[in-house]
Ligand binder design. Structure first.
Ligand SMILES: NC(=O)c1ccc[n+]([C@@H]2O[C@H](COP(=O)([O-])OP(=O)(O)OC[C@H]3O[C@@H](n4cnc5c(N)ncnc54)[C@H](O)[C@@H]3O)[C@@H](O)[C@H]2O)c1
Ligand SMILES: O=CCCC(=O)O
Length: 500
C-alpha cells in the first residue's frame, strides 16, 4: 500500500519510521483528511519540484478543531498535575531525540537547510520541550500581606485556555516546540496552523506528542494555505491566546483581528539586525560571529545579521578574512554530504536577494564575492553567498531584512554614529557587536534598541535565553523562565473575614 514516505525515495531519502510522515491533519484528536479533499503542493527547494501534496483545511475545519480543543483543555487541566504534564513533555522530548534522524530528513526536504543544520534544529526544538518539562513544576504564586484586617491575599497561575499557534517555515520544528511546550506545560490545549511551505515537520512532531501520551485534541495541527481560514485563530472567541511568529506585516494584521476579542497575543516578528565590529575587536572572533549570525539557515533567520557595520580602520581586513571563510561554504542540496549552504525556500526569496544585491550595486556598493544565482544549480532556489562592501543607508538592504545570504558591509568612524545607525530602523529584534573594551561593551549594550544582544558572539539562541523583540519586532518572550507566563493568567484571591 502507498505511503507518503514512499515519495521521499525520489529524493534519495528513506525514513526509519515511515509512519512519521503524515499527509493528514490532526483534528478533534483524530488524523483526518479535509472533507473537501482539497490539497496544496509543498516544494522541495533544491529541485523546485513538488515534494508532496498537503491537506488544505477550511475555516469550518478550523472552527471544529477549536471547539474540540476547548473541551480537551478543560479535561486536560483538570486531570493532570504540573508534574504529570512535565512527565508527558519529558517523554515527548525523548521521542523527538530518538527520532532525530527522520525528523531532520523531513525538515531538510521541505525547508532545504543542510541535514547537519536540520539535526541541530531538532536538538534545539527538543531543548524547549525539556526546558518547559522542568518549568511546568516551577509555576509559583504569591502570598501577599493584606492591608485589610482579617484578610489574606494569594495568587495562582492558571492556563489561559485554547492557544492559536501560527509559525513560519524557516524553523519548522523549533518555532513549534518553543510555543507548544510552554502551552502544554501550563495546561493549555493548542491548535497549530503550520507554515504551508513546511507543514510536515509539525505533523510529525504532533504524532510524537501523541505517542508520548498528550491527548490528540490538545495538540491539533490544521494545515491550510488559505490565509483567510488561518485568520480564524485570531478571530474565534474560544481562542484565548494567539502566538505568532512571522513577518511584521502579517503580525500587525493579526494583532488588529485579535483585538476584537481582546486576546492575549505574543508576536515574534521580523528583524534587521546590526552587526558591529569596533576597531578594538578580535577580528577572527568577529569573522566567526559573522559566519554564524549571517549564514545560518542560508541567511533566513529573524536574528540574522543584516547590516554589518565595521570600523573604517579594519573594514578591508574584515572583508578579506570574511571572504576567505565564505569561499569555504559548499552550496548544494541539503541531503548531499558536505553541503553547508542549502537553497532558499522558494523563488520569491531568491528574487528578493537578487533585488537587494542589484540595488546595492546600483547605489555604489562594491561586489566582493558571489552576487548571482549559481549556474551549476540552476534547477533549485539557490543564490550564492554574497559579500558587498561600501553599503549605504539609501540601499534596500539598510531598510529591510534580506532574509538570504547577503553580507552587506557598511563602514563607520565613531561609536555614537554607529549606535545611531544601528537604531535607525523600526525593528528591534537582535544586534551583535565585537569589542574588547569592557566600558564600551556595557555602554553599547545599554544604547542598542533591541530585545537581544550578542557581545563577541554570533550565537544568541538557547532554550534558557529570553527570545523576543521590541519596536516593530514584536512583544512577548519565548523560552527562558519568562516563556511559561505567556500561556497563563494570574488570578488573585482575597480571603476575608478571617478569625484570629
Ligand atoms: N521574531 C522571531 O522569532 C521570528 C522567527 C522566525 C521568523 N520570523 C520572521 O518571519 C518572516 C519569515 O517567515 P514567513 O515568510 O513564513 O512569514 P509570514 O508572515 O508570511 O508567515 C508566517 C505564518 O503566518 C501565516 N500567515 C500568513 N498570512 C496570514 C494571515 N493573513 N492570517 C493567518 N496566518 C497567516 C503563514 O502561512 C505562516 O504560517 C520574517 O520576517 C522573519 O524575520 C520571526
Ligand atoms: O528565525 C528566527 C528564530 C531563530 C532562532 O530561534 O534562533
Amino acid at each position: 500500500m502507498w505511503s507518503p514516505a514512499d515519495e521521499l525515495q525520489r529524493f534519495g531519502v528513506r525514513l526509519t519510521d515511515p509512519t512519521l510522515l503524515m499527509c493528514q491533519g490532526l483534528i478533534e484528536g483524530r488524523w483526518q483528511d479535509p472533507p473537501s479533499g482539497s490539497t496544496f503542493p509543498v516544494y522541495e527547494p533544491s529541485s523546485a519540484t513538488v515534494l508532496l501534496n498537503c491537506p488544505n483545511f477550511s475555516r469550518q475545519d478550523l472552527q471544529r478543531s477549536i471547539l474540540s480543543a476547548a473541551a480537551a483543555h478543560t479535561s486536560f487541566y483538570a486531570s493532570t498535575t504540573a508534574a504529570g504534564r512535565g512527565a508527558l513533555l519529558k517523554k515527548w522530548n525523548e521521542l523527538i531525540l530518538a527520532n532525530k534522524e527522520d525528523l531532520a530528513s523531513i525538515l531538510t526536504l521541505e525547508n532545504g537547510k543542510p541535514i547537519t543544520e536540520a539535526r541541530t534544529e531538532i536538538e534545539y526544538a527538543a531543548s524547549f520541550v525539556s526546558w518547559f518539562a522542568e518549568e511546568a513544576t516551577r509555576s509559583y504564586g504569591d502570598v501577599i500581606p493584606s492591608s485589610i484586617p482579617g484578610s489574606q491575599v494569594f495568587t495562582v497561575k492558571e492556563p489561559i485556555g485554547v492557544c492559536g499557534i501560527i509559525t513560519p517555515w524557516n524553523f519548522p520544528a523549533a518555532m513549534i516546540t518553543r510555543k507548544v511546550a510552554p502551552a502544554l506545560a501550563a495546561g493549555c490545549s493548542v491548535v497549530i496552523k503550520p507554515p504551508s511551505e513546511a507543514p510536515f515537520t509539525a505533523l510529525a512532531l504532533a504524532k510524537l506528542a501523541c505517542r508520548a501520551g498528550v491527548p490528540g485534541a490538545c495538540v491539533q495541527v490544521v494545515p491550510t494555505r488559505d490565509r483567510a481560514a488561518a485568520s480564524e485563530l485570531a478571530t474565534n472567541p474560544a481562542i484565548k491566546k494567539l502566538s505568532f511568529t512571522g513577518s511584521t506585516e502579517v503580525g500587525k494584521h493579526l494583532i488588529s483581528l485579535a483585538s476584537k476579542t481582546v486576546k492575549k497575543v505574543s508576536m515574534e516578528l521580523g528583524g534587521n539586525a546590526a552587526f558591529i565590529v569596533f576597531e578594538d575587536a578580535d577580528l577572527d572572533l568577529a569573522v566567526q560571529g559573522a559566519m554564524q549570525s549571517k549564514f545560518r539557515a542560508t541567511g533566513q533567520t529573524c536574528v540574522c545579521s543584516n547590516r554589518m557595520f565595521v570600523h573604517a580602520s579594519v573594514v578591508d581586513e574584515f572583508a578579506r578574512r570574511l571572504t576567505e571563510q565564505v569561499k569555504q561554504l559548499k552550496l548544494g542540496p541539503g541531503h548531499e554530504d558536505g553541503v553547508t549552504q542549502g537553497p532558499l525556500v522558494n523563488r520569491s526569496s531568491v528574487e528578493k536577494v537578487a533585488w537587494h544585491v542589484q540595488d546595492a550595486l546600483n547605489l555604489g556598493g562594491e561586489l566582493v564575492f558571489g552576487g548571482k544565482r549559481p549556474t551549476h544549480l540552476a534547477s533549485g532556489f539557490y543564490f550564492e553567498p554574497t559579500i558587498i562592501k561600501k553599503a549605504s543607508s539609501d540601499m534596500a538592504v539598510a531598510r529591510e531584512e534580506t532574509f538570504g545570504p547577503l553580507a552587506a558591509i557598511f563602514s563607520f568612524n565613531d561609536e555614537k554614529e554607529v549606535v545611531r545607525l544601528a537604531n535607525s530602523t523600526p525593528f528591534g529584534l537582535a544586534s551583535y557587536f565585537f569589542s574588547r573594551d569592557l566600558n564600551r561593551v556595557l555602554r553599547v549594550a545599554k544604547a542598542l534598541e533591541v530585545g537581544m544582544i550578542g557581545v563577541n558572539t554570533g550565537i544568541i539562541s538557547t532554550a534558557e535565553t529570553p527570545f523576543g523583540g521590541i519596536k516593530e519586532s514584536g512583544y512577548g518572550r519565548e523560552g527562558s523562565k519568562y516563556g511559561l507566563a505567556e500561556y497563563q493568567v494570574l488570578k488573585s484571591v482575597t480571603v476575608g473575614s478571617l478569625k484570629h
